[in-house]
Design a protein. Structure first.
Length: 139
């Protein structure tokens, strides 16, 4: 069961990683816009933050590239796991796994119980059975 949970939870890990990178990109963008380069057209060279600017631009470019890679992996993971989950035989299992692992904001089991009008205990049991069926079928 842990293998299925870990596999399905990768979606949320990728989403969190993309959010962290978004924040880093925003901070680096602000830093780039606040740094000044060297003014070579003056009699006396002014500035002196150009090295810092170059490093910041490089860091920003690398963060943007990494962000794109993670977002691509995230979308692919969502697509594959959604296909797998919806391909399961039991529609209740599919509903629970989609709400728990694939939704924009993964739901805790008690919220899934409220959403589907089941008891928390029933959803907890069905979640375990759904993970086991998923593992047997796909992993």
């Amino acid at each position: 069961m842990n293998k299925a949970k870990k596999y399905l939870s990768e979606i949320n890990k990728l989403k969190r990683a993309s959010e962290v990178l978004e924040e880093r990109i925003e901070l680096l963008s602000i830093k780039v816009s606040s740094l000044k380069g060297i003014a070579y057209d003056k009699e006396k060279v002014e500035g002196g933050e150009a090295h810092g600017l170059d490093d910041t631009i490089i860091a920003l470019t690398e963060a943007q590239k990494e962000y794109q890679e993670i977002v691509t992996r995230y979308h692919e993971a969502v697509r594959i796991r959604t296909e797998q989950i919806t391909g399961m035989d039991n529609p209740t299992y599919s509903q629970i796994l989609l709400l728990r692992y694939v939704e924009e904001r993964p739901m805790p089991l008690y919220e899934i119980a409220e959403e589907l009008h089941y008891t928390h205990q029933y959803v907890k049991e069905m979640h375990g059975k759904a993970l086991e069926e998923f593992r047997k079928r796909y992993l």
